[in-house]
Design a protein. Structure first.
Length: 285
């Protein structure tokens, strides 16, 4: 997929040129948009599309910009054109299995940190907040507090808190239910409700995917989501991941049955997405 190679390139783009490059990156004709076009409300972008748009900026976003949010296409274009100097592209060397992985858990805008005891209460509240409680792994069950803690780690292979570089927690990404005989595992993410749609937890998921493929002998990672949740990342269908199945009327939620959609990310296909999204070479190729 085409994308701009450096911050200097993007800063020189007119708004029309920016839209053209973005259309190519997302493989989606954006049509007649203006700087006031809102990415979520008007274009209905999901977290993955937001992440790919942010990747065009070519460097770290300052925390104050993350906090303020990017709402319109003009917000991104304005930031690209007016920042005082080009932001440095993060360069990390290739990481071998015997090296420290701390650097590989740092992305352009987020860091993955271990979900340790200091995050226990926050994680419990997050898993049981609003629609997370009914649509995520608990599926509406209300277990006692000690059971929630056990559930957070049930069948988990590796799990991280996604934070800003300054340490603000944004969500949790998990790799779980691994099958080393057939070499697959499952992925899940849960986002702080205040950060839904900004693409930053999706960046954390990209870091987790690379980590899982690099540290474990897995050939593919599954994403399973109810149809109502699939809307959060469907822009990656047949671009970033393959749709492999749909179980019709599989789970009961909010008074009706919902389809369960099954998608898969393949080890041999992921490196190109890693380099495009995280802007550094994939460590396992």
């Amino acid at each position: 997929m085409a994308m701009v190679g450096s911050p200097t390139d993007t800063a020189a783009l007119t708004f029309e040129g920016f839209v053209s490059v973005l259309s190519a990156t997302l493989q989606n004709d954006l049509g007649l948009v203006t700087p006031d076009t809102r990415m979520v409300e008007d274009l209905h972008w999901d977290s993955l599309a937001m992440l790919e748009a942010l990747a065009m900026l070519g460097g770290d976003l300052p925390d104050e910009l993350i906090a303020a949010g990017l709402v319109t296409l003009g917000d991104i274009h304005h930031y690209m054109c007016t920042r005082p100097q080009p932001l440095p592209v993060i360069e990390h060397p290739r990481v071998s299995p015997d090296q420290n992985w701390d650097g590989a858990l740092v992305g352009p805008n987020v860091t993955l940190v271990a979900l340790d005891a200091s995050y226990t209460d926050w994680a419990s509240r997050l898993f049981q907040h609003g629609t997370h409680h009914t649509r995520f792994r608990l599926r509406g069950v209300t277990p006692p507090p000690e059971a929630v803690q056990r559930f957070i780690w049930d069948q988990v292979l590796c799990q991280f808190v996604v934070t800003t570089h300054s340490g603000v927690p944004l969500g949790i990404v998990s790799c779980f239910d691994e099958n080393f005989r057939h070499r697959f595992a499952h992925l899940a993410a849960v986002t702080d409700p205040a950060r839904c749609g900004d693409g930053l937890v999706a960046e954390g998921m990209a870091l987790l995917i690379t980590y899982a493929f690099s540290q474990f002998d897995l050939r593919k990672l599954y994403l399973e989501a109810l149809d109502v949740n699939f809307e959060q990342f469907k822009s990656g269908s047949d671009r970033v991941f393959r749709l492999e199945g749909r179980l019709v009327d599989h789970e009961y939620l909010d008074g009706r049955y919902h389809d369960l959609i099954i998608a898969a990310l393949y080890r041999n296909e992921w490196p190109v997405h890693h380099e495009r999204i995280l802007r550094r070479p994939c460590p396992y190729i």
